[in-house]
Design a protein around this ligand. Structure first.
Ligand code: MUC
Ligand code: MG
Length: 374
């Protein structure tokens, strides 16, 4: 008889960031994660994570709403069900619950981790196997201060922790942002790739001017310049400039990817397990993007080690990640809640080994950082 699901816990965890992380819509000083623990009748445990950016400022799910969705709506459906038939469990949740892709992603991750532990296989092998064991990782410069960002970048290049950078812009007047970006590009030089993320802050005409300036400054990629639902503007801008666009907030799942490609968009997509509903679900989107000739990029919601590892297992199965990944989330936090942190080196990170995610919770650290009033 197969093992059944016996308990599900969703734990709020708050870890301060190493410095303020400034995006166009908010500045983060702490990262709040929802850590999911699913236990089966054989005593095994699967881990998952759902993490938002700045509570509700980035997207419609908050850490508190994710905990509530999982404990109040998902848990009663999942308890006593066979743990090994993940597809059937996912169909059940998608029939009963619209949206809530972050909560679904944490559950899919935990069920895959559990399955991997049961079978003695790494999560990537449940997805067909890893093509890569080491994945490139860029770093986001987002202190909001040009001199600090340059200092941070040069140190990271020197230690070979990162050679590519993403800058968060969009909250300041356009030409101020352009000067900030151009100064950083000039300081890091030709060998470093510099990209920007506007996080939807521009209208189309500001974006056209911004892209012309950024193209001239030697920037390699412009992420989500215009509002997420404005597919037509992304398609028009992608026709106008050779500087490519990375669609992020616009594309959550395979269907969005299909619609954006059908609207005439070319460029690349930031895949995120949180937007798509999990490390298996996101690969449907990757297949649509690849079929449409759209480049792949391993995106993050600034997850901790559990969500980052789940994403790495998914990205490792793709032949080509045209723009690499940004799976640096654990490095943005002052501390971690796992026994063995991920190994970041050589401008990238190693895919963790061992059954499932290959990640183990440090119970003492979890006790320190779990929110006290839950
Ligand atoms: C985003 O929109 O890309 C990912 C990296 C980062 O610095 O912020 C996130 C969100
Ligand atoms: Mg983005």
């Amino acid at each position: 008889m197969s093992a059944t699901i016996q308990s599900i816990e969703a734990i709020l965890v708050d870890i301060p960031t190493i410095r303020p992380h400034k995006l166009s819509m908010t500045t983060m000083g702490v990262q709040s994660m929802v850590i999911v623990r699913v236990k089966d009748s054989d005593g095994r445990e699967g881990l998952g994570e759902a993490t938002t950016i700045g509570g509700l400022s980035y997207g419609p799910e908050s850490p508190e709403s994710i905990k509530l969705t999982i404990e109040t709506y998902f848990k009663p459906q999942l308890i006593d069900q066979p743990a090994d038939n993940i597809n059937t469990l996912k169909v059940m949740l998608s029939r009963s619950t619209r949206g809530n892709s972050l909560a679904k992603s944490a559950i899919e991750t935990a069920l895959l981790d559990l399955q991997g532990k049961r079978l003695g296989l790494p999560l990537c092998e449940l997805l067909g196997g890893a093509v890569h064991q080491h994945l490139p990782v860029l770093w986001t410069l987002a202190s909001g201060d040009t001199t600090k960002d340059i200092h941070e970048a040069l140190e990271l290049i020197e230690t070979r922790r990162h050679c590519d950078f993403k800058l968060k812009i969009g909250s300041r007047p356009l030409m101020e942002d352009v000067r900030h970006v151009a100064a950083i590009k000039e300081a890091v030089g030709e060998s470093a790739s510099v990209r920007v993320d506007v996080n939807q802050a521009w209208d189309e005409s500001t974006a056209a001017k911004g892209m012309a300036e950024l193209q001239a400054a030697g920037i390699d990629l412009v992420e989500q310049p215009t509002p997420m639902k404005d597919f037509a503007s992304l398609a028009r801008l992608s026709e106008k400039f050779y500087l490519p666009i990375l669609a992020d907030e616009a594309v959550a799942d395979a269907k969005d990817m299909y619609n954006l490609a059908a609207a005439g968009f070319s460029g690349a997509v930031a895949m995120k397990i949180a937007k798509a509903g999990g490390p298996a679900a996101v690969l449907d989107q990757a297949a649509v993007a690849s079929a449409a000739g759209i480049g792949l990029y391993g995106g993050t919601m600034l997850e901790g080690t559990i969500g980052t590892a789940a994403s790495l297992h998914a990205w490792s199965t793709r032949e080509t990640l045209h723009w690499g990944t940004e799976m640096f989330g654990p490095l943005l936090m002052k501390d971690d809640i796992v026994v063995r942190p991920l190994n970041f080196h050589n401008n990238g990170v190693d895919l963790p080994s061992g059954p499932g995610l290959g990640i183990e919770i440090d119970e003492d650290k979890l006790a320190v950082y779990r929110r006290k009033d839950q």
